[in-house]
Design a protein around this ligand. Structure first.
Ligand code: KIV
Length: 259
């Protein structure tokens, strides 16, 4: 397999103009990062979804910066050609200084760009990160770090005020200097409008097929967290069943082995 060139934030930003759809996935460990890279995934997100699908938290709100650093270090050791983006966890970017200091912890661990959740309200943090030389990916729509205030994972972009706000957020994030924008759980037709309203690529999750790319939690793609799989997940494998069966066979074989 030909090794693809090192992917940069500029490469991701330019993908939309080139008409090249971005297929992004999450990784939290070295082997997954290597496998995704070998598969040609251009953007690997060390998402704070690690809290749910690896660490056993009920949502992403309890993930700490130390935990994110640990997983970024593991992914970075794979030295992927893919761009490594890391989430700033909840409550770590409430001031401009916090955003810059905490992003530095993740970039020193190997993250090549940072993602943070929010719209107009995080513009000062995005601008400060850009001034500090940190590439930024935005995240609008349903914001998992706010799931408790929101009372669940609800679709966005249904009402006119919500649509107006999402468009303002998308434009503000682009103007603040982000190179791409995750659009989570937004009505597909409206996600298409957001995509048309900005030049940077929108990367959708649960937002239909009309964004400039898609992102998925790899555990959802491969069935490695079988107790919950979102309805929109493209289910390509059933790793949970494979592990369970291998372990059952192993238990049976060990029990049957004569002393
Ligand atoms: O944490 C994460 O994995 C994410 C993606 C699902 C967009 O934010």
């Amino acid at each position: 397999m030909d090794k693809q060139p090192k992917i940069t934030p500029d490469w991701i930003r330019g993908a939309k103009a080139r008409g090249e759809k971005i297929a992004a996935l999450t990784a939290y460990d070295y082997p997954t990062a290597r496998l995704l890279d070998e598969a040609g995934v251009p953007l690997i997100l060390v998402g704070d979804s690690v809290g749910m699908v690896v660490l056993g938290y009920p949502d992403t709100t309890q993930v700490t910066l130390a935990e994110m650093r640990h997983h970024v270090l593991a992914v970075a050791r794979a030295k992927p050609q893919a761009l490594v983006v890391a989430d700033l966890p909840y409550h770590t970017y409430e001031t401009v200084q916090d955003a810059v200091d905490h992003a530095r912890v993740l970039t020193e661990a190997g993250a090549e760009a940072i993602k943070l959740e929010g719209g107009v309200e995080v513009v000062p943090e995005i601008k400060a990160l850009r001034r500090a030389g940190v590439p930024v990916m935005g995240h609008i729509g349903m914001l998992p770090q706010h799931v408790r205030e929101e009372g669940g994972y609800k679709m966005k972009g249904k009402s006119d005020p919500e649509k107006e706000r999402l468009l303002q957020d998308a434009r503000a994030i682009e103007q603040a200097g982000a190179f791409a924008l995750v659009v989570e759980l937004v009505e597909p037709e409206f996600a298409r409008e957001i995509t048309a309203a900005v030049n940077i690529p929108t990367i959708g999750i649960g937002s239909g097929d009309h964004c400039a790319g898609k992102i998925m939690v790899t555990h959802d793609l491969v069935g490695a967290f079988p107790w919950f799989r979102p309805k929109f997940a493209l289910a390509k494998a059933d790793v949970g069943s494979i592990i369970r069966k291998a372990a059952e066979d192993y238990v049976r074989q060990v029990k049957q082995t004569a002393n």
